[in-house]
Design a protein around this ligand. Structure first.
Ligand code: GDP
Length: 602
């Protein structure tokens, strides 16, 4: 039984649910405003069939994945001996932590648009921009600066202008959480598609509430109800069906439903109670940046707290500067930018990265000092310290440092997902929960690696391999991908990780190769091999392997490395050197020496 069920059922289940009981004595069960038949069966610890039978008795025909509302679920619960209590909606929307410790004032929401390709994300961003009062000022031509603001009922809403969950998660992977609400665009003629599911998982992993926009309702073959059902099957139950997901039918092409969507975004923003400190030095993040031929480095910044003004000195990512001028998306000069305002800024010394943070400082000197500190910190962090392998997580779990073991599961076939996911999700306990934050069939993509990076998770490939780009990204970011072809092995490793007992596994990385060109006698001190380094580098103290005619004949350590009688730490390709290898003197001209290092892979 899952912990969730234990949480939801507040009293012990009666031995005989069939027995009719007095309402006052019924144990309580806490149910959301809507849930699927399967979820209800799980909570009540009965089979799906029993729930379906009960529903039929009450005249409701539903399949196992179908969503039912609270009232219907409550009737079924009472039959099984429980009194149902409705979970408050507010408990399901997690409010973001306000930025700033000083006095907080309301700020506009920041929105990202996500969804499957061709479902109309760009068209929706364009439709919103065109319907906007600020943007239609006489003669104004909007420019793409990475974000824009619209005004609805005298309130502002900020839209990030790069749609898609990849951009959203890339920012998160860099430590920047900019989005307050995700708008999920689903085309009514196409329905839920793989990237729709990915977008939902990415938004959920970030705890960002989702507002659904069912697009293309102008098309004759549009079927919004089918989309609603598909979303309910994924746990996104719309308000109309008793759930808590706001859903607005729209046509981005015909500009229908755009005002309703914007008004609903403001309502969700009200529930979130978005606030930020205004009276403090400005801070925020870089939305995008580029080098302009005539204007130099140009960056679009999203202010998250404080008020940014021309003349402010900034420490920003790996660079710094002084705000020479600020513009909005209409190219209009701005004298101030409040929290949640995007501004294009000139006056930086170099181009920062999207997702970098910025901070206003008193002087340029302070900016340079902050930058130096930042660089020193980065140098001190060894590459493997970023590694989020299962064994690292295992160590952190045993130290009580993590509460969620986040897993991204990719399998070769759809049918393998459920059994593995179910096995994994049943494994957590009260200390650590196992969360499969995203699952799907097919190869491991860059988007999966980004999600693992942003959510401090690991990737499990069950008969699934990474795409080349994903492999490179995983290596660069030290993201652990573990491969399995037997379910039992997956479960065993995750179980060990949860118990804090998983030992790290190592892989060997060949750093360089060299060929022996001559062998010298070093008297009592043994033999020295004269090498020509062909690839990479040979390093002192590295693990050394001697290869003769394609076969490894010895493995130990590079005990001495010299160039022109000088002891050196390493010698790179194109240079010659002399080496000694621990416990080995039988060098022959033509032997290959490999210099290797051990790396943790999990
Ligand atoms: P994106 O890939 O999600 O950004 O999708 P686009 O905005 O590029 O739209 C994909 C295609 O769908 C384009 O040909 C749009 O003209 C079309 N499209 C977008 N919204 C609508 C709509 O509301 N109705 C109709 N009929 N077509 C739409």
């Amino acid at each position: 039984m899952t912990n969730k069920k234990q949480e939801l059922i507040t009293d012990e289940k009666k031995d005989n649910p069939e027995a009719k009981t007095d309402a006052k004595t019924l144990p309580h069960v806490s149910l959301p405003p809507a849930l699927s038949v399967k979820q209800l069966a799980d909570i009540l610890q009965v089979s799906g069939i029993e729930v379906i039978k009960q529903l039929m008795r009450s005249g409701v025909m539903a399949n196992i994945n179908q969503a039912i509302d609270f009232d219907t679920a409550a009737v079924v619960a009472s039959y099984f001996g429980y009194e149902a209590k409705k979970q408050p909606v507010s408990a399901q929307i997690k409010r973001p932590t306000p930025t700033g410790d000083g006095e907080l004032s309301p700020r506009p929401p920041v929105i990202t648009i996500m969804g499957h390709v061709d479902h109309g994300k760009t068209s929706l961003l364009d439709a919103i921009r065109q319907s906007n009062v600020i943007a239609t000022e006489a003669g104004a031509i909007t420019q793409h600066i990475g974000a824009y603001q619209v005004e609805v009922n005298s309130r502002k809403i900020t839209f990030l202008d790069t749609p898609g969950h990849e951009a959203f998660t890339t920012m998160r992977a860099r430590g920047a959480q900019a989005t307050d609400i995700a708008v999920l665009v689903v085309a009514a003629d196409d329905g839920v598609m793989p990237q729709t599911i990915e977008a939902i998982d990415h938004a959920r992993a970030a705890d960002v509430p989702i507002v659904v926009a069912i697009n293309k309702i102008d098309k004759p073959d549009s079927n919004p109800d089918k989309v609603k059902q598909q979303l309910a099957d994924l746990g996104l139950v719309i308000e109309e069906w008793g759930g808590d997901t706001v859903c607005v039918p729209i046509s981005a092409k015909k500009k229908q439903g755009i005002d309703e969507l914007l008004e609903n975004l403001l309502l969700v923003a009200d529930i979130l109670e978005l606030k930020a400190e205004h009276d403090c030095p400005a801070e925020g993040i870089v939305i995008e940046a580029r080098l302009d031929k005539t204007r130099g480095p140009v960056a679009t910044l999203l202010v998250q707290k404080g008020i940014l003004k021309p003349g402010d000195a900034l420490a920003i990512g790996n660079t710094w500067g002084r705000v020479k001028a600020m513009f909005n998306e209409l190219g209009k000069h701005l004298q101030k930018a409040e929290p949640a305002t995007p501004v294009e800024v000139l006056g930086l010394n170099a181009v920062p990265h999207a997702g970098d943070s910025f901070k206003v400082v008193n002087t340029e000197r302070e900016a340079r000092m902050l930058l130096k500190k930042h660089e020193d910190m980065q140098q001190k962090v060894p590459a493997h310290a970023k590694t989020l392998g299962l064994s690292d997580l295992s160590t952190q779990i045993s130290a009580g440092q993590i509460k969620d073991l986040n897993i991204i599961l990719k399998t070769d076939v759809q049918g393998s997902i459920e059994p593995i996911k179910d096995s994994l999700e049943q494994m957590g306990d009260e200390k650590v929960k196992v969360r499969v934050i995203h699952s799907g069939s097919g190869s491991i993509t860059e988007s999966d690696v980004l999600l693992a990076l942003a959510s401090k998770g690991i990737i499990i490939g069950f008969n699934s391999r990474p795409e080349p780009g994903a492999q490179r990204l995983a290596e660069a970011e030290s993201i652990s991908i573990r491969y399995y072809n037997v379910i039992y092995e997956v479960v065993k490793d995750v179980d060990k990780a949860l118990k804090g007992m998983l030992e790290p596994t190592y892989t060997e990385v060949i750093e360089g190769q060299a060929e022996i060109m001559a062998v010298f006698d070093a008297g009592k001190k043994g033999k020295v091999a004269g090498l020509s380094v062909k690839e990479g580098k040979i390093r002192r103290d590295a693990l050394a392997r001697v290869i003769r005619k394609g076969e490894s004949i010895h493995e130990s350590r590079v005990s001495s490395l010299r160039r022109f009688k000088e002891d050196v730490k390493e010698v790179v390709a194109g240079f010659e050197c002399g080496v000694k290898i621990e416990g080995f003197t039988d060098f022959q001209v033509g032997d290959i020496i490999q210099s290797c290092r051990q790396e943790i892979v999990s």
